[in-house]
Design a protein around this ligand. Sequence first.
Ligand code: CDP
Ligand code: MG
Length: 696
Amino acid sequence: MAAPRATMKFWKPGTEAPGISEERELTSETTVSPIIFNPNTALSIEKQRQKLPVFKHRNNILYLVESHQTVIIVGETGCGKTTQIPQYLLEAGWATEGKVIGVTQPRRVAAISVANRVAEERGALLGHEVGYTIRFDDCSDPHATRVKFLTDGMLVREMMADPLLKKYSVLMLDEAHERTLYTDIAIGLLKKIQKKRRDLRVIVASATLDAKNFHEFFNLNDSGDPNKDTSAILTVEGRTFPVDVFYTVSPVPDYVKATVETVMKIHESEEDGDILAFLTGQEEVEKVVSLLQEQARALSRYGLKKHLRILPMYSGLPYADQMKVFERAPSNVRKIVVATNIAETSITISGIVFVIDCAFVKLRAYNPCTAIESLVVTPISKASASQRAGRAGRNRPGKCFRLYTEEDFEKLPASTVPEMQRSNLAPVILQLKALGIDNVLRFSFLSPPPAQTMVQALELLYALGGLDQYGRLTDPMGVRMAEFPLTPMFAKMLLESGNFGCSKEIVTIAAMMQIQNIFVVPPNQKKVAAREHRKFAVAEGDHLTMLNVYEAFIKHQKSSQWCQEHFLNYKGLLRAMTVREQLRRLMNKFKVPRTSSEGDPDVILRCIVSGFFANAARIHHSGSYRTLRDDLELHIHPNSVLYGEKPPKWSVSGCNVWYLLCVQCGGFPQTTQNEICIRSRRQSSFIFCFKVLQKP
Ligand code: CDP
Ligand code: MG
């Protein structure tokens, strides 16, 4: 594939197929809206609010918040924690004198969606009394906003400007059971702040009964001795019925098949009641749905038994299809919901009497030996197993069929490993350093991360120039890197781009890389879409392909019609514009010169490498890539424009998009201490690989 230089900058119409599209795994930064089901929409807002289980606890919650520095509130999904508690606090006067009630959410979309709902409940315009703040999007008013929803990452960022979070009277850390990286960090930091601000209240809201951990954490002082009782637990009991648990006699060789068989056995031999089956991902869910549909057709041919209504449920499913799982089935129909882990805590489906649990879940995992982050299918924890079983006993006594032996159940870990212990920590450590926490190893972690992961993060930050040899934040590089709302590698690339003479292009590339799914692939139009997408592909790889897409979008007056014709995500591109504008402002602030490469791709590639050198891989004679650092095998992702092309000699991988980039021999930074953060096909189906340079 020869590099195009003809008509337009980097433009290469009609290049070869970029390859097939694989299921995109959704990370915690998913753009898919959360699913909310409200059975009471016919009632007035006031009545709806009073019907929620949390309403009965209103006074008790207010009393506990008054009398304790920290309150842990546990309650089933949908009981009203997120939407009601901030309003109770507001009504009780916790947001007078300019104070703000802050509520953190692990996901951006959730922050927007609950802020919308609460504003609606209060008959307020979003962004005034009730608002939200997420990365690159602030819909709040510093003077008027009293209840503010924000991502947990955003809260940590706000501490850089306001270390004691003085404007907040109460902070509610929501969905704490998810134990995301930033929720854990925020919990550690808030505990520190509480020592200086006795008036600050912290509420930890969680959907599952793992409250003891939080309780103990807040009640222990720095030397690990119990404090006075500064924290309290409150449980909003949902009604639950007993659930009988059954195990297999011997291990099942194939849980997909076993799930289908178990559904059919329940259907044949058990009384009425809907079935919920847990699987690990979209592909498995679709497989089980199609196998069950075959069986259902066979059954109906014989006119036997009740009908089956088989419904998939996963986060990438279109909204209308997701809502179907909440519809009640008629009495002659048995509903079967085949779901991913989303049905464990994120949604509650009523009417479920039987649960089938395959014992696995897909989790993001970080391997400190290889420095690779990937999505892996992992055994669930005992806590998850009991949460899954509990889904069967919401309306009447139920049954849970575990597709594993009781012996294997005993071997499961007690609870899921928190993200803190399975993530790349470089961004977090940079932020802790910027917050003045020099000895990160001694930070009060709810669950301390492995030492090796910490050391690696420090190494990477040192290699990027963000820390000096004593592990201190460098000024200005480290200070500026921490201020960028992007990971350190991105920050470094952006900060260096002026010197490389391509800051205009780099800022576009960085913005585009924050958007998932720029290319739209409707299932029934895969071929046409691929043909359209190919028009943007260039030999320099995915970064420059993204740059092409953006520049063409601007050239075509940001037309949604044009996006539709080329199967591009119009909303995503608009968002890229917003992100770009904000990054540009930060670059101005740091006086990064505004320069353009004027069509020369080399400087852009070199600049990308200045940030992402740690992810470099070199082609191996076997045809795959080997990382420079660990000699780990990698392959080009099928979504990359270089998939199926002559592989470039060098490549650099990154996150979120599949881009390729080429490094000229000799232009490669000499370093050995770097970190590679690539998802490898060996561990899951994921890898990002990049591009090549072909000198004419
Ligand atoms: O936080 P938790 O899961 O305890 O519940 P919530 O998010 O406060 O939601 C309480 C109820 O409000 C839900 O059961 C829905 O009926 C309703 N709700 C809604 O209709 N629309 C939303 N965007 C959020 C909640
Ligand atoms: Mg909630």
